[in-house]
Design a protein around this ligand. Structure first.
Ligand SMILES: NC(=O)c1ccc[n+]([C@@H]2O[C@H](COP(=O)([O-])OP(=O)(O)OC[C@H]3O[C@@H](n4cnc5c(N)ncnc54)[C@H](OP(=O)(O)O)[C@@H]3O)[C@@H](O)[C@H]2O)c1
Length: 340
């Protein structure tokens, strides 16, 4: 089968297709023939060797996909050959087939296309856990979402908006600002051109109640300044951190830009800081299942559909990585594999 085995870290061209044997499922595993892959920023960071929750080289990148079960282990009870499933995993979806534990083969949303199901799991669950479980959103909240036109960003905008919140989003390009306005966002700010902290203070005559932070550095610092009393910031990523392991200055810059706060500062402002990472949550199956069920009900009830910004063929996957790190992508990037 065709398989992007990552053998060394580097630019997108290190992603090269190899032919490897088809994997065989163990007793409690299923094998899935992949039709669509959902791209995640964490995979760009993994490709560069900058992602903590990644296995050692060589391995196949990819955390989510949609496909059809084509072989099952002898003890598998919940899945049948021929069933369509969403795949959620730590790595391995940049290939024609993958083997996963049966519990990581999830039921797709029936009203979604394959593209939409491949765009759903990681982004929407991250946004749901951050906003609903950690920030404990209230419909009266004003919510600031950074990189709002991206995968997690658009998911968070849709969830917060449908929950009744006033939603503000930041993005770095005018075409993304337009896209956010088309999504019906309350306010969209180009944070490469405007000082978003000043802009929000002027427009709202106050701050915000909840921040979903994915950028790090000054974006995090200004976001903490903007919190109203009882406000909550939830950090789910730091996309701007770009460690060059061979440059001591880069280590210092990275250390300086990692989001952090002091308890006395939080006490003085009566604000909270939280963070989440889906990978580590995988350890607690019941918590994750509960969050997933709530998310799916909310999504179906509010007729939310993932925004697909770009599609690439499997062979062009390195181009998709290049686009994602260029900051020119919006919504989710989907990789298509031949179905026959
Ligand atoms: N904690 C978790 O479990 C979890 C799960 C999924 C994702 N995440 C995190 O959530 C964030 C979004 O992930 P995603 O997969 O949905 O990606 P994405 O938002 O579709 O793409 C990344 C976005 O980050 C923004 N960005 C800001 N500074 C950047 C920089 N210096 N270089 C590149 N991009 C920069 C860009 O938007 P602008 O150009 O508009 O700023 C870019 O489009 C990432 O930080 C990711 O690591 C966390």
């Amino acid at each position: 089968m065709k398989n992007y085995v990552l053998k060394k870290y580097g630019k997108p061209h290190v992603l090269k297709i190899e032919n490897t044997p088809e994997p065989i499922p163990a007793s409690e595993e299923v094998r899935v023939k992949i039709h669509r892959i959902g791209l995640n920023y964490a995979e760009v960071q993994s490709r560069k060797g900058l992602y903590g929750w990644a296995p050692k080289l060589p391995y196949t990148l990819g955390m989510e996909a949609v496909g059809t079960v084509d072989l099952i282990g002898e003890s598998v009870k919940s899945r049948k050959v021929g069933e369509k499933v969403i795949v959620g995993c730590q790595y391995g979806t940049y290939a024609e087939k993958i083997v996963i534990p049966e519990k990581q083969a999830l039921t797709p949303i029936i009203t979604f296309s394959d593209d939409e199901n491949a765009a759903f799991g990681v982004n929407y669950l991250t946004a749901w856990v951050a906003l609903m479980k950690i920030a404990r959103l209230d419909p009266r909240d004003t919510v600031l979402i950074h990189a709002a036109a991206g995968g997690v960003g658009t998911a968070a905008v849709q969830i917060a908006k449908n929950y009744g919140c006033h939603v503000i989003g930041t993005a770095s390009k005018e075409k993304k600002i337009k896209m956010l306005k088309d999504l019906g966002i309350g306010m969209a700010i180009n944070y490469e051109e405007e000082d978003f902290e000043k802009f929000i203070r002027q427009k709202l005559k106050g701050g915000v109640d909840v921040v979903l932070e994915v950028v790090g550095g000054n974006v995090f610092k200004k976001s903490m300044n903007l919190l109203n009393p009882f406000g909550r910031t939830v950090v789910v990523g730091f996309a701007s951190l770009n460690l060059n392991k061979f440059n001591p200055l880069s280590w210092f810059r990275t250390w300086k830009d990692i989001p952090r706060s002091k308890v006395n500062q939080l006490a003085e402002s009566s604000t909270g800081l939280g963070a989440t990472h889906l990978g580590y949550l995988l350890k607690d199956e019941s918590l994750l299942n509960e969050a997933w069920d709530e998310l799916v009900s909310f999504t179906v009830e509010h007729r939310i559909k993932p925004i697909i910004g770009h599609r690439f063929d499997f062979i062009d996957l390195p181009k998709a990585h290049k686009l994602m790190e260029s900051r020119n992508s919006y919504g989710k990037i989907i990789i298509t594999l031949p179905t026959s």
